[in-house]
Every structure is written in C-alpha cells, then in structure tokens.
Design a protein around this ligand. Structure first.
Ligand code: ATP
Length: 353
C-alpha cells in the first residue's frame, strides 16, 4: 500500500538514507527503529513531504506521493511535542484542521464528537490543554491527527515526552486505537521496547540502511545481523566459527545453536542467546569437568520484581553473560554456575568479513 523504493538522501558528505526500500501494508502498524542519526526521521519527513529525496520513489496505493505538496498528501503527522493551541478548547483544537478545510459546521461537530469519543475524551471537549494530564494531551493530539481521516498517520517519537507509567498506558491505547480506526500507522522510535510493543512489523535502521524487517518476535529471537542482535534487546553474543549444530567458540568449546539458513560451516559467525533463554544451575562442589554448557561465577544479582538479572563471568569470554530468571533468585554472587540453553533458542548469524 505504501511503497518506498530506492530512496537516497544526502546532506553534504552525510548519506542520511542509502537506497532504502520498504513495503507497508494497508492497516499495518509499522515501526522505523534505530539509533539517533540512522535516517529514520529523514524518511518520515520524505513521506510527509517536508524533505525531498535525491532519488527513489514513494507511492501510496500506486499514486506518486512525491509529486504532491505536503498539504495534498492524505497523511497526518503526530509529533512528540503535542503542539496543541493553548488558548483553544480541546474540541476547538480537534476541529481546527476541519475548519481550515471549510467543512459544514454540523459535519465538523459530528466528527469532532465521534473522534473525542474514540480517544475517551468526550467529557473534556470544553477544557483547555493546560487542564489536562500529559496522557490526555497526547490523546487530543491523536484525535486531531485522525479527525481528518488520513490514509496514513506518521508518528515521530510519539510517547517520548511521557513518564514511564503513562507511556505504558498510552502504548496500549495507541494499539487499540489503531485497530479501531484501521488507519496505517508508521511510527519512528529509537526505543526498541516501544517498537516491539506497538508494531506489527519493524524495520531496523543503521547508518541510512534497513538491516532487517520483521515481526517483533522474529526480530527478537532471530536477528539476522550483528547490528540487529546488538540493538534489539540485551543479547549475549559469542564469536567463533559456524558449525552444523551451533558455534565453535574456540577456548569456550562448542556452543549449541541453530545457524541461519545458508550459513556455511566454518564461516565466521556470532551465536546470540537471549538472557531469559539461558538456564542457570549452581554447580555442586564435587562435579567433574566436561559437562556441556558454559561454566562461570556469578558477579552480581539484581532483583527487579518480576525478574532477576544475574551477570556471570565466564573465563575466556570478554563480557559478562547476562541471565534473566523469573522472580527472585536464590543464587548469590560468587556462586559457581553452569549455563545451558536449547539449540533452538540460540541463533548463529554471519559476521561480515
Ligand atoms: P534522530 O532520532 O536523532 O532524529 P534519526 O535516525 O531520525 O535521528 P535523521 O534525523 O534522519 O536521523 O538524520 C540522519 C543523518 O542526516 C544525520 O547524520 C543527520 O545529522 C543528517 N541530517 C538530517 N537532516 C539534515 C539536514 N537538514 N541538514 C544536514 N544534515 C542533516
């Protein structure tokens, strides 16, 4: 439905976007995820019409978007700063875009009423933005973006101004709303948890290129490049050579894992395993060497309520291995432990040479 094809944009020496192609489906909630400076905002601005690419095309249902000025594109934008008019009531703020289009007053009233109902603010139409909480102001901004019934809503770091609790509520709310209104949403964020919780699919950007496009779970469990593995979630990685059943990690021995399709035996590779996929067992004093898995010593244990994180020093591995366990952990710093995982829960990916 939204088709981005070979978009390149340079600013002097900087290549902000380097031949980016993406296809986003009708009604999809799609996230552009990446660190600061990777080009995701530039792509959003090109879709909206505030920026022109050096090459490439963008079409919406087959129509050339780049040929249209921003105000003629069937697109709304929602920014992180709510940009509400402080002197206008909530209802006026929402009606503003429709009034500019000179729609009949009765139709404006009806549509504003409907959309305030959708975002749960029917009772607040007469208030001013200053009388609302951060989450409520966010809803007004959203109401204002959808009242014009765009085919596409672009959201630029929509929740970054909210505190953690409100943000979690708004994530649920945004997802519910997107389902309800059926508009295609494209959100830009540098926050991988936010992208995961909101989006049906995510494109991970790095240095102006898309590294992987996938559903959140696939991205999390099956990263395809070292960048994605490192950027999406806390990940443990081990370097070595690919083997049919995992990785030859040199001094650390053979580690269990599933190589990505097409990865040749002996090729330079990384094994990635998520903290919550690792089983940690204390080693009784009398155990002999030679059992499978990695041996190490617990460096530190942090309790977060629902989960505990343990960091484990594995001799021969440069970084501590992170293990997540449910609830509180009885294991204490200094304990000798063995770390194991199922081959299916670890992925072996190529390292570009
Ligand atoms: P952030 O989250 O920090 O906004 P981003 O991933 O959205 O980062 P962009 O804002 O798209 O990244 O910027 C990509 C690159 O292009 C950066 O190196 C940035 O400095 C550069 N850039 C963006 N806009 C301009 C501009 N108008 N003039 C010059 N350089 C620019």
């Amino acid at each position: 439905m939204l088709k981005i094809d070979g978009i390149t944009r340079r600013f002097g020496q900087v290549t902000a976007l380097d031949g980016v192609s993406l296809e986003i489906g009708q009604g999809e909630f799609f996230a552009l995820l990446g660190p600061s400076g990777c080009g995701k905002t530039t792509l959003l601005r090109i879709i909206a019409g505030f920026e022109t690419p050096d090459s490439g095309t963008v079409t919406l249902d087959g129509d050339d978007l780049l040929a249209l000025p921003p105000n003629r594109r069937p697109i709304s934008l929602m920014f992180q700063s709510y940009a509400l008019f402080p002197h206008m009531t909530v209802a006026k703020n929402v009606a503003y875009g429709l009034e500019r289009e000179k729609l009949p007053r009765e139709e404006i009233r009806r549509r504003v009423g409907e959309v305030l109902e959708t975002v749960g603010l029917s009772a607040h139409g007469d208030r001013r933005p200053a009388q609302l909480s951060g989450g409520q102001r966010q809803r007004v901004a959203l109401a204002r973006s959808i009242v014009k019934r765009p085919r596409l809503l672009l959201l630029d770091e929509p929740l970054s101004a909210l505190d953690k609790k409100v943000r979690a509520d708004m994530q649920l709310e945004l997802k519910r709303l997107q389902n309800e209104v059926g508009i295609t949403f494209v959100v830009v964020t540098h926050d991988q948890e936010e992208a995961m919780s909101l989006a049906d699919r995510i494109a991970v950007f790095d240095s102006g290129s898309v590294r992987q496009v996938d559903e959140p779970v696939a991205l999390y469990e099956r990263p395809r490049t070292p960048f994605v593995a490192g950027f999406v979630g806390a990940n443990n990685t081990f370097e070595g050579k690919a083997r049919a059943a995992g990785l030859d990690a040199g001094d650390l021995g053979e580690l269990a894992g599933t190589p990505l399709d097409g990865l040749e035996e002996g090729a330079g590779a990384l094994l990635c395993v998520r903290p919550e996929k690792i089983t940690l067992a204390e080693i009784p004093e009398e155990t002999e060497d030679g059992a499978e898995g990695l041996e190490g010593a617990v460096l530190d244990v942090s309790f977060y309520g629902g989960v505990s994180h343990l960091s484990v020093d594995v001799p021969g591995h440069a970084r501590p291995v992170l293990v997540a366990v449910q609830g509180a952990s009885a294991v204490r710093p200094g304990a000798k432990v063995r770390l194991t995982w199922d081959a299916d829960d670890a992925v072996v990916i190529p390292v570009p040479s």
